[in-house]
Design a protein around this ligand. Sequence first.
Ligand code: 13P
Ligand code: SF4
Length: 311
Amino acid sequence: MLTGIERPKAELEELRQRIARLKKELNAVIVAHNYQRPEVQDVADFVGDSLELSRKTTQVEADYIIFCGVHFMAETAAILNPTRTVLLAHSAACCPMADMIDDTDLREWKAKYPAAAVVCYVNTTAAVKAESDICCTSANAVKVVESVPQEEVLFVPDQNLGHYISTKTRKRMILYPGYCITHARLRAEQVKRARELHPGAPVVVHPECSPEVVALADAVLSTSQMIRFCRESPARTFLIGTEEGLLYRMRNENPGKEFYLIATSLICANMKRTRLETVVETMQSRRNAITVPEDIRLRAKLAIERMLAIT
Ligand code: 13P
Ligand code: SF4
């Protein structure tokens, strides 16, 4: 149901051809996050993690960026690309964690810690980024936190990523209590059970997982870093703790290796909203354009550019 593998090949081919025609018509590029459905990843010009997608959108020659992912990702592209039109390939694809804090919450919280630096995870709205000193992704979070001059760091909104960083830095981390509803489903007992079933296979998880899960892992990495780790590792079997979409790339790029998702519940419903049909509809209608008020955009851009400068 989720993969589209059972759909008639001719139907998929027709949709792919329509997308190819629309791409030319619009002078568009299609970018997709690593969690997107296989058929969506296949039509993308570039597939990557949050950091790679942020960088990539600034390097493409295009009038339109068709973003297959969730709202904050397309918004980041819009912040960095004011002269291009960014269309989110499904209007309702949001990240519930990003919506756990707004700029008013953050201003109130900041007022209690005037000496602290504010580091925001990229999974935030533009308004929250605008209130932050610097942004980070799961690929560079420790480096970003280490880069700020202050000893005290307010970290928003992911308490699990924040906890992971706190084990790698001497900064005093004050964590906002947000979390990813998808990664929160992975439990430590499931990791232990998977290890029993596949002794010796490395456990590779995303830092949005709970501290109990992270403590059991061999590697804690961003989605694209997980792909690199598995490619370079001599191991043949891997136990993966993140959204299931990542396994499509892992299996494609490593035909001789085996990848097991540790829990079948690791599906982000918002990432799965985008289908080839929604890509076609979005491109045809030019709907779902992501815009950010200029004063917010400029302040949010500063937080993102500070991150890009050090990573
Ligand atoms: P990455 O930056 O590691 O791709 O993660 C984004 C995300 O939303 C994970 O849930
Ligand atoms: Fe947000 Fe979690 Fe989905 Fe990533 S997996 S987009 S953090 S809800």
